[in-house]
Design a protein around this ligand. Sequence first.
Ligand code: ZN
Length: 126
Amino acid sequence: MDKVVLIERTTLNNILGYAQMLHPREAILLLKGKVDKQRILVNDAEIPPLATHGNTFSTFPLHMLPIDFSIVGVAHSHPSGVLRPSVTDLNKFYGRIMVITAYPYKSEKNLAIFGRQGKPLKYEVI
Ligand SMILES: [Zn+2]
């Protein structure tokens, strides 16, 4: 059974805002939170320590990140406006969930959360 994904409103707004700010470049954020039996809670989004301008999700060295068990996944933006993961995205899956926000990054209509196989997950904004 799929876990319920909960994302805090502030964190969601931070992801959208960061994507708007970096547009037309691609934004990458680490998602932090808590996982238990029933749910995945996302309550923070941080700029990755190795982020440099020009990195895109597909070129970002995820394997070089420090091991941090509070990381529940990665968010990145799609300046193209396509709200689904590419094959490369799925190959680079890190953590438990993948958040994609697509241009124009205005609201949760422009944000989707995917599981490992690229399946869209239902989420609630809290
Ligand atoms: Zn992507």
